[in-house]
Design a binder for this molecule. Structure first.
Ligand code: GLN
Length: 492
């Protein structure tokens, strides 16, 4: 098997191939190294990789145990998910020297299943952003067209899977960071129900919104990884006991959508700024479901217009608290040599980028005495109402189909305002604010760029989302995908 054949393998194929002895863990790792060597100089998806550690790990793998469902397969991990002995920067200068002494629970789980962790992927600094351009390590280029953004914040996790340097990646989603890059890179991305996947060892952005999930090329691969990383974890106090008893993500995945009831809010497509390409993809997704026997019901998604305001208050408040630990004393590369205030100031002044500073300021302001009721408390009330109304929708429908991002990926470096960037999250934030699971899946390719759609379900009903996306996958085509190419495309 050469590197180009590797790049087109699904995770399931790779696991089966190793089991049957068609190829071994070492060949898989060598193939991933070869693809990274070819694509990284253009794409910049990886912040840190340790090829010799990956080779050693692969060489040490003997026969697969029955429960080693990822035996010998190289996977990439977003750089805010802690990997023991492998630098984890969260995309920030302030952590440029940080080598974690422990693995995140999700990393322990994939390692226990036999995976080789190879490549810590680029991201917007501390996951704040939606383009990948806020990384201290440079923007990641979209493998479909390197002049475009990959989306974010999980820019590198999406790009490396799209160019076939890894067969899947783990990432985090606080307001869309898995689903939006999935849509921009032609991938499947899951934001699980809050509490289904442990956050232990995730560098927090907003702890009440963050979830870890997989980015993959196929729907079945995504469900396979989800079933490995899900589960209650005593090390994360917000982890849900229900995670252990919910239906498996693989359950019924090939059963089709006949008889399922899906909600669809056509008014979302009339919103200002929604591109015709996105509207077209969504109508296509709805048609596919109808043609395959699902019942489509028109619904109204309540309060969606308040989501962006509520999210950016809550997220900034929680982020400002979470960022406090990076002071050069507890965490973070220390700078300055004066008194403690001077050290704090210089460490944080030099270590954080603009977007992180902006959120620390917004969050500290909104939480300060006298403003708490006006901002945080109000946003928390909107969130509660939103959750109540969204959850109620699922009493008589199985899932809602909606867009992922209002537009296709824009050009890297284009002039945009902060507000414009925040408004781009309108369709992904609802799932985080309400704790509901949401899946982004590819629908087609237009103008050389992929477009996805999103489905959201009741808590712990991830398996319904996979059933739906599987039908979309069987009825869509993604021509000229980067994983089928031997070299990176030129920027167009
Ligand atoms: N774009 C959103 C933000 O910047 C979401 C980021 C995320 O999901 N981590 O906050």
């Amino acid at each position: 098997m050469n590197a180009d054949e590797f790049a087109q393998l699904t995770l399931e194929d790779a696991v089966a191939g190793v089991r049957q002895g068609a190829f071994g863990p070492i060949e898989l790792v060598e193939a991933s190294i070869d693809r990274m060597d070819r694509f990284e100089p253009v794409i910049n998806a990886v912040i840190t990789r340790d090829d010799s550690a990956a080779r050693r790990d692969a060489a040490g793998k003997k026969d697969a145990a029955a429960d080693q469902s990822l035996f010998g397969v190289p996977l990439a991990v977003k750089d805010n998910i802690m990997t023991r002995g492998l630098r984890s920067t969260c995309g920030s200068r302030i952590l440029e020297n940080f080598v974690p002494p422990y693995d995140a629970t999700v990393v322990s789980k994939i390692r226990a299943a036999g995976a080789v962790v190879h490549g810590k992927t680029n991201m917007d600094e501390f996951a704040m952003g939606a383009t990948g351009e806020n990384s201290a390590y440079g923007a990641t280029k979209n493998p479909w067209n390197p002049a475009r953004v990959t989306g974010g914040s999980s820019s590198g996790s999406a790009a490396i899977v799209a160019y076939g340097g890894a067969l899947a990646a783990l990432a985090s989603d606080t307001g869309g960071s898995i689903r939006q890059p999935a849509s921009f890179c032609g991938l499947v991305g899951m934001k699980p129900t809050y509490g289904r996947v442990s956050r232990y060892g995730l560098g927090s952005l907003a702890s009440s919104l963050d979830q870890i999930g997989p980015l993959t090329r196929t729907v079945r691969d995504n469900a396979l990884l989800m079933d490995i990383i899900s589960g209650h974890d005593p090390m994360d106090s917000t982890s849900a006991k229900q995670a252990d008893v919910a239906d498996a993500c693989m359950a019924g995945i090939d059963d089709g959508v006949k008889g399922l009831r899906f909600g669809y809010d056509p008014s979302l497509l009339d919103k200002e700024g929604v591109s015709p390409v996105v509207a077209g993809a969504l109508r296509r997704a709805v048609d596919i479901m109808r043609e395959n026997g699902a019942e489509i019901r028109e619904v109204t998604i309540p309060l969606i217009d308040y989501g962006v305001a509520a999210y950016y208050i809550i997220c900034s408040c929680e982020a400002s608290a979470n960022m406090a630990r990076y002071d050069g004393v507890r965490y973070g590369k220390r700078q300055g040599d004066g008194d403690v205030w001077q050290v704090y100031g210089e460490t944080r002044g030099k270590g954080f980028g603009d977007e992180v500073k902006r959120r620390i300021m917004m969050g500290s302001y909104a939480l300060s005495a006298g403003y708490y009721d006006a901002y945080y408390l109000k946003a928390a009330r909107v969130r509660r109402l939103f959750t109540k109304e969204m959850t109620a929708l699922f009493s008589d429908i199985d899932a809602i189909i909606m867009p992922v991002a209002p537009t296709p990926p824009r050009e890297i470096g284009a002039e945009t305002s902060v507000l414009e960037n925040y408004l781009g999250d309108i369709f992904t934030l609802p799932a985080n604010l309400t704790s509901l699971p949401a899946l982004s899946f590819p629908v087609g390719v237009l103008g050389g760029l992929p477009v996805g759609a999103q489905a959201m379900a009741a808590p712990f009903r991830e398996n319904i989302l996979y059933r739906l996306a599987r039908v979309a996958e069987q009825n869509s085509r993604l021509p000229d995908a980067p994983w089928t190419k031997p070299e990176p495309e030129a920027a167009k």
